[in-house]
Design a protein around this ligand. Sequence first.
Ligand code: SAM
Ligand code: DTB
Ligand code: SF4
Length: 332
Amino acid sequence: MTLLDNKLSSPQHIVLRHNWTLDEIKDLLEQPLIDLLWNAQLIHRTANPGYKVQLASLLSVKTGGCQEDCAYCSQSMHNTSDVTGQPDLDVQPVLERAKAAQEAGADRFCMGWAWREIRNGKDFEAMLAMVRGVRELGLEACVTAGMLTDEQAFRLADAGLTAYNHNLDTSPEHYDKIITTRTYQERLETLQRVRAAGITICCGGIIGMGESIVDRASLLKVLATMDPHPESVPINSLVAVEGTPLENLSSIDPLEMVRMVATARILMPYSRVRLSAGREQLGREAQILCLQAGADSIFYGDSLLTTSNPAVSADRELLAQAGVKVNWEWND
Ligand code: SAM
Ligand code: DTB
Ligand code: SF4
């Protein structure tokens, strides 16, 4: 693989590329694991020499009742698991949760709204106040709330928002089997609005939704040919939630997650590759392989949005066992 050999011979000179082809990416995903791990590590050790891992905590501010029909999601009103009955959170309790996450060691706080799109009004004003409050605490602030307008993106930027999360979820080719209520193109346009407002992009996807290796390569191609690359790339594995059309899909082989993370690291050397949903199914050794192969962030805290995440104490132990450096151990 000549392109990679280039990097292998001089890993200290990482060449950022935005012209990756589907075949190159598929070849990487399918490399003998031992070679893929080596190639990913060479890039990772060069781009992130201290193996610094960012801890990001997640909170669902508005849960359930979403108009979109995402087949994996517990919060879609099209799915019988639609999680309802929880009031939307107010500004103050959200900021208290952010403070608690910070005290537990997180340095990024991500807030989710189960909306198809942001609408102007008191809920949006509250979102802006939350962003300002999280930033005042000294944390990075990330919001995920569906589609938005140019003006809303600028207002979020003005409030100090660090990142907007909007995942592509899967390949353009597999997308229609997962979501029918909004298009891939709409997703891309939202990302462009976020970028134009000067907010960093958090964009990734999910594996384990019945997609092929070519689909995984195709999703990675869309991400890795963005210029600039998304600053943050969450890689989720499906949490098969009861009441969703994907409830009966079996879990992926943990090594598939390792391959996905390693390939994302090679393609997007300086992006934060976040090991996201599905860590409970991965086990300790596969998570450590992911950290070695290039994951430099995890969601940290006992819950994700509506499903559980490994306990904070277990994660602290895992990170110490892996020997990576977490936020409070970074000296720069
Ligand atoms: N409504 C917003 C949106 O879709 O952009 C924000 C919330 S949404 C829950 C954020 C992301 O979480 C989704 O795009 C998807 O990639 C991921 N996600 C949601 N449910 C999941 C599940 N059951 N398993 C794995 N990832 C999931
Ligand atoms: C992302 O890619 N994964 C996070 C975050 N971005 C918003 C959400 C995971 C949700 C997992 C399912 C749940 O808890 O409902
Ligand atoms: Fe709504 Fe987001 Fe869930 Fe899709 S993933 S149903 S847009 S909350």
